[in-house]
Structure formats: structure tokens, C-alpha cells
Design a protein around this ligand. Sequence first.
Ligand code: FAD
Length: 533
Amino acid sequence: MKRILGWGNLATEYPVPEPARQYLENVVGKPRNLQNISVNQLIDKVPAASNLPSHPLISTEPEDRLRHARGQSLNDWIDMCDGLVDTFPDGVAYPKSDAEVQALIQFAETHQLNLIPYGGGSSVAGHLTPPGDGQHTISVDLTRMNQLMNLNEENLEATFGSGVSGPQLESYLEKHGYIFGHFPQSWEYSTLGGWVVTRSVGQQSYHYGRIEPLFVTGHMETPSGSIDPLRVPKSAAGPDLRHIILGSEARLGILTNATVRIRKLPEEELFYSAFFPNFEIGTEAVRKIAQAELPLSMVRLSDPLETETTFQLSGEEKLVNIAKKGLSLFGQNEERCMLIYGLTGNQAQNRLADRQLAHIVRSHQGMMVKYYLGEAWMKKRFLTPYLRNTLWDLGYALDTLETALPWDKLNHARETILDVIRKGLVKENEIVLVFSHISHVYTNGASLYITYLYRRAQDPHQTLDWWHKLKTPASHKIAELGGTITHQHGIGIDLKPFLPTEKGALGTHMIKNIIKDVDPNQVMNRGKLVDLD
Ligand SMILES: Cc1cc2nc3c(=O)[nH]c(=O)nc-3n(C[C@H](O)[C@H](O)[C@H](O)COP(=O)(O)OP(=O)(O)OC[C@H]3O[C@@H](n4cnc5c(N)ncnc54)[C@H](O)[C@@H]3O)c2cc1C
């Protein structure tokens, strides 16, 4: 069963290994003694849904409403796990068909409700928070629209209900010998509809692609009718309607199904690692790898602190010590950076790509490590987010930021952004552990994924205040340096102030007008992405 407090399912745990606990105490400080709130205490906080017009599809059960009250941003965590949550959906609907979705939109129009579609609830940008503007909010949970509706083997396309989760989608395809290959780290719970409207990126996007090129078409129910882009391989007929659906963050309507490109299951998928003596050299090697356009599936370069923290959190103390000794014999010391890379395809292709990559690695003072690390990363990739639960329980808050920049700006930007976060709580006498990795590479640049961790305060309002003191200046710095404010998580509420900087005045005006045109009475996810005048 899915957790209400924290990430993932209740049965899965990722304990923080004892040496890692010690490491965090040494680096960030001893955690405070904190009391965590219980689910029952939270359920008691859910107010009666007074004056909500009744509808056969809408449940007003307090637990349903609590489960749909927030997503997974750190603000959401503090709201839920520290009990600050004060806005809840007034009801939750579980439609099973386009007609039921249409009926809910009509109901919202009639009664001036706000609808928030809910996929997997894995948003990390505040997409799911009810606005608390005095009008009723209904969460529209799409997870019952999760069927494989059509498999077209001739076109290598499949159509699914938009509420299909990552594991459900891949298991449908695997039975027929196909793969979609979209693996965000939230794969276990996020859904196809959520991926499309937030423009998500899977870990192996280098081979399988971001969601945009995979999204062929879909059916979106809106307050003004439906949007159904033509199912064709490519078109030059003016602006692409798919790109209006992609990234729309539920401001236009509800995507009920999506047709996506699929592939035959690959002969093999391999994951290996390599090390570089420092991040600058590693980045240069990764740029060369990206520009050589090798047929890899992923390239992920951790900075020295992320490399060390990964070692510490692995729980493999003996192995790590042996690895460190071995690496230092080859000049890979404290500044060493770990590269994890993936190969997807047939044996011959993979061998060739691997040889070409090894050549670039070695010509950049790098060392190939084919044993254990790549495979271990792959096996734990959906387990790692569970660490956030145990870190939280220990007394540490963890959050991430992401951007993408051209290669010529990347290293300077990374150092500057990390510095802002590192110094963000100096006045509060708190230490922030901050590290980063390059996660998705392109010939002209790469995305940067930044993780930061700090001690929770005794007062949750202070934990929240500290989060603002870290996230806001770092986001301003990203915008000032010319990076995108989000490479993959979307805007939601958290990044809304930064959209106009990225899109410009006219661009923002155009986005607002599309929303006003399609949803004139603002029944769709009010207050997210952009404020309408
Ligand atoms: C541990 C963790 C790891 C993550 N890793 C990644 C990653 O590797 N890559 C990445 O890109 N993101 C990642 N994310 C962010 C998140 O998983 C993505 O933004 C994902 O696309 C959200 O999908 P969802 O189904 O959970 O959507 P939700 O969180 O339920 O909703 C997100 C937004 O989409 C809207 N929405 C959902 N379904 C529909 C629909 N059918 N029609 C219209 N609107 C809809 C919602 O109203 C909301 O505005 C991660 C999040 C977590 C918690």
C-alpha cells in the first residue's frame, strides 16, 4: 500500500547504514530529537467537506482527501509529515472513462469547482496543492484509467489510459516483447498522464528519449471540448498541438489516454562505471562522449561530494574501502568523480560503443570500473528515493533542484549555484550538504541535478523557512545564469515566479491566453504554472 507520510509503498524500507549516519552527523550535525506526526492525527485534521454538491463519482472520505492533499516536494513533505497541511481537496473522484471525465468537468463548470487531476502524486513542484481560495477543489484520480487500449505492432505504437503507472505500462508491453523505456526515478508510482503534462525525463533518456518525442498523440478533455492531435509520425501543419498538451500541467484539461512510441525489447541492457580525477576533467570527457553521439542509454557524472556520499550510503563499507584504495593507486583521490553509464541494444553495438567510450575515458585520465558499481546503481535506482523517508525520520530534510545549461556555462553555473545553497543557512548556524550530478547529456549541453540536505528544525515552520532560504536564492541564481528553471520537474507552484523570466513577456502572455481560451471559467488546476491576470 502507498504511504501517506513519505515516498513509496509501506512495505519497502531503505535504512540509513550506521557509517552513513555517522558521516551525516560529522558533516551536517547531530539531528534534533523530533516527534513525527501519525496518520490518524492527520486524518483528524481533515475538515468536513461542507456545502459540496454531491456527485456519484466523488468520495468525501477523510482518508481519500488526505491521500490526495499533496505531492512530494519538500514543502509537501513538511506539510504532511510535520502536520502543517491546511488545505485538502473537498472530494476525490475516480473516473473510469472519458464520459465520466467529461461529466466531472461539466459538474465543475456548473458549480465553479476547481479540478486537480491526480496521476501518481509524485510531483515535486507543488502541482497538487489545493489553492485554499474558498472554492471547492476536487482531486480527479486517474489511476483507474490504466488499461492498455491498443497495441499497434506495425507502427510500434501503444495507447494506454493516462493513469497507467510505470510498472503497469512496462508489464503490459513486456508480455508482447516491447518496452517503452521511460524510467524516471519515480517510475514505481508516476503515471503516463503525469509524465506528459509535466514533460518528464527518464533515466535512460539518452537512448529512449524524453517524453516529448515518445508522445505521439492523446485525448484531452477540456472545458471547451476535446483536443486530439492527429496520429501521424510527423507534421508541418503549423504549431504542434502535442506541444500545447505537453507541459500544460493540467491547466487546460485532463489527458485521458496517450499513444506512445514503443520499441522491441533490447537484446541487453548493461550498466558500468568509470572514475575521473576531478569534475572538470569528467565534464570534459562527458561532453566528448555526448558529442561523439555514441549509442548509450545514459550518462551520469557525480561530483566529488556526491561520489563520496554515494559510497557512504551504499552500506558496503568493506567494498568501498577496497575501491578507494584501488582508485587512489591510479591517482583518483578525494576529488574523484564517478560516472555511471548505460548501454542498450544488441551485443555488437554495445561492445563497439563501450570501446569508444573507454577510449574517451582513458584519454581524460579516467579509469574504467566494470565491476559491481554500475549494476548496483541499476538495481537500487528505484529504491534510492526511499532513503528520503529514513533520512527524514532521522531528522534530516532532503530536496533537489535541477536545470540544464549549455556546455560552455555548465561548470561555472554549477559552482555558483552550489555555493549559494552551501552558504544559504550560515546565519542560522546550520550546515547544508549539497552535491550534484550531470544527469542527461545533449550535444550542446547537459542537465544538472542538485541534491541538498539539512537538519530539520524543532519548529516545522522553521524547517519550511529554511527551505525557502535555500530554494529561492538558488532558483534566482539559476535564472540569472541563463539556465532553465526546470529541465524535468515542471513549474507547479514552487517555480511559478520564474516562468516569465524564461518565457519572456509575450511568451507568458501567449500561455495565459491559451489557458483563458480553453478554460474560461478556470476550473482546471487553478494557481499552477502561471497566474492569469
Ligand atoms: C522520488 C522521485 C523521483 C523523481 N524522479 C523524476 C525523474 O527522474 N524524472 C522526472 O522527470 N521527474 C521525476 N520526478 C517528478 C515526478 O515524478 C514527475 O513530475 C512525474 O511526471 C509526475 O507524474 P505523476 O503521475 O506522479 O503526476 P502527479 O504528481 O499526480 O501530477 C503532476 C501534475 O500533472 C497533472 N496530471 C497528472 N495526470 C494528469 C492527466 N492525466 N491529465 C492532466 N493532468 C494530469 C496533475 O494535475 C499535476 O498538475 C520524481 C519525483 C519523485 C518523488
